[in-house]
Design a protein around this ligand. Structure first.
Ligand code: GLC
Length: 540
């Protein structure tokens, strides 16, 4: 059956950093409304907003204290309704971030749960252990143990996979599952078009009284809290219930550690029954050149290009509609991470987004934005630990911080650059995030420049929505070296996307003559395409 999201091109907005309308340094919903014409002109047709619910902002909104209201820093419910209405007027759909694995410790459920062991909300969370002894040695993704002492001093602990201020919900409890459906209904009843489902792969946990093998304590124990079989059962119930009531809802799941097999289970109507999944397993990295004398966590690394190609081709050939992205709020920006120059940043865009699947464009990607430099990562334990280790291994503090700024997810959340005013037109006052963008670019400057990133992305997005690129089959051509060349074909139409990341020129035989997009330098005659280094082309 045809669905509105068959042709979705999604634009991810990090609301805190997009546009501040009331000059408090934090982006807000009125700011997004103001920029809808820009987004329309860009050509995207779906917006995904990172969390905008009431939150103490321990994890920038992923710690939700009230799912039924907008965080006052970002606006009001009236602002939200206005945004939704305006977006729909522009024929754009809106996706809410949906955080169902955990809440904030400030959420009334948790506050009640830690008042008494008899609280009816006690079983909404995962309490375990006794006499001050943790049930197991599992580590939290944010460092330290997953267990935090019950503030009620019962000798028990509560489970948190992320920050200790983000207790995990107990999905074994059917009331939790129902409560989450009710929250989803609240937003879908307002007219929201879909949900980006946060960290859903973690809702099921193994037997809590089982240590994970390892010499360190606590130890990251992913097999015990990621992609457990019950995830399928609970998400199946969740997705089918919503789809029965809201047949057009689009469910986009974040499945960070999913390989193709798991992704297909999550997409299978008999599995998690989602419409699309975002994996973090796309970008295979070359770890061979890292310094072994200190933690690799923030050491910049190259893409392992060969492995990346193999990986991409497997996703393209195995998953019906892969999710295509280069950046998001949890990763460094591609222009800092892997692209060596502007040409390459554009080439990665052609590489990724013209493949088969649903594109997600991270705000600012269309301007070629790079990471910001954050002078201090206040209170971030993992950064402190890294800098300590790196300086002990002989690096200067500046060198270590430079690595952090290339690799840390916070550095990808800098303010959008709209114009040349002091804070880039994002705000008149200092932005909430203390970082400096050293690039001299803005949407305004790029508006009329035919060679700008912005106009390149406009062209790319409109090409993406043509039949051939929206529906065509995909076939990778095996051209040796650091190249990426593929065909799309549909009935009697076909096109090739050819990209040369190598140091020498490459030659490809082709019968195509119609040039749709170009980066860098090429020659095309007598059925031969010569592509210079750092150059790419789309031919039909
Ligand atoms: C997801 C989000 C990430 C957040 C985490 C906990 O991975 O993308 O930003 O920190 O979930 O909610």
């Amino acid at each position: 059956m045809k669905k509105w999201y068959d042709n979705a091109v999604i634009y991810q907005i990090y609301p805190k950093s997009f546009q501040d309308s009331n000059q408090d340094g934090v982006g807000d919903l009125q700011g997004i409304i103001k920029r809808l014409p820009y987004l329309k002109k860009l050509g995207v047709n779906t917006l995904w907003l990172n969390p905008i619910y009431v939150s103490p902002q321990v994890d920038n909104g992923y710690d939700v204290a009230n799912y039924y209201a907008i965080d006052p820093q970002m606006g009001s419910m009236a602002d939200f309704e206005a945004l939704l209405k305006e977006a729909h007027k522009f024929d754009m759909h809106l996706l809410m971030d949906f955080v169902l694995n955990h809440t904030s410790d400030q959420h009334p459920w948790f506050q009640d749960a830690i008042k008494s062991k008899d609280s009816i909300y006690r079983d909404y969370y995962i309490f375990a252990g006794e006499n001050g002894k943790r049930p197991n040695n599992w580590a939290s993704f944010f460092g330290g143990s997953v267990w935090e002492k019950d503030p009620l001093n019962t000798g028990e602990y509560y489970f948190h996979l992320f920050d200790k201020h983000m207790p995990d919900l107990n999905w074994k409890n059917p009331e939790v599952r129902h409560a989450m459906l009710d929250i989803a209904r609240f937003w879908l009843d307002k007219g929201v078009d879909g949900l980006r489902i946060d960290a859903f792969i973690h809702v099921a946990k193994a037997d809590l009284y089982q240590n994970f093998p390892g010499n360190i304590d606590p130890v990251v124990a992913e097999p015990f809290y990621a992609n457990r079989p019950q995830v399928l059962e609970w998400m199946n119930e969740f997705s089918h219930t919503l789809k029965a009531e809201y047949p057009d809802v689009y469910l986009l799941g974040e499945a960070s550690s999913a390989d193709v097999t798991l992704a297909n289970d999550y997409l299978d109507p008999n599995g998690a029954a989602l419409d699309s999944v975002i994996t973090f397993r796309y970008f295979t990295e070359d770890l061979s050149k890292l310094n072994p004398n200190f933690s690799d966590q923030y050491q910049p690394r190259d893409l392992d290009f060969e492995a990346f190609k193999q990986n991409q081709v497997v996703w393209q050939q195995t998953v019906d509609k892969p999710n295509l992205y280069l950046n998001n709020h949890d990763l460094p920006r591609i222009a800092t991470r892997f692209a060596k120059n502007d040409n390459q940043a554009k080439m990665y865009a052609l590489l990724m987004h013209l493949q088969k699947g649903t594109s997600v464009i991270y705000y600012g990607e269309e301007l070629g934005l790079r990471n910001i430099n954050i002078p201090e990562y206040e209170g971030d334990e993992s950064v402190d630990r890294f800098v300590k280790e790196a300086t002990e291994a002989g690096l200067t503090k500046d060198e270590a911080m430079d690595m952090v700024n290339q690799m840390h997810r916070l550095a990808s959340r800098g303010p959008m650059l709209w114009d040349d005013s002091p804070y880039g037109g994002f705000s008149n006052v200092e932005p909430w995030i203390k970082g400096i963008n050293e690039q001299n670019v803005s949407a305004q400057d790029q508006e009329d420049d035919p060679n700008s990133f912005l106009n390149f992305y406009r062209k790319l997005i409109s090409l993406k929505q043509t039949e051939l690129f929206a529906k065509g089959a995909y076939r990778m051509l095996n051209i040796p070296g650091k190249t990426y060349v593929y065909e799309r074909h549909l009935d009697d139409q076909s096109a090739i996307v050819a990209l040369n990341f190598d140091h020498h020129s490459i030659e490809i035989d082709t019968d195509k003559t119609d040039v749709l997009m170009v980066v860098g330098d090429y020659e095309l005659h007598d059925g031969k395409l010569l592509l210079e280094p750092d150059s790419g082309i789309v031919l039909k």
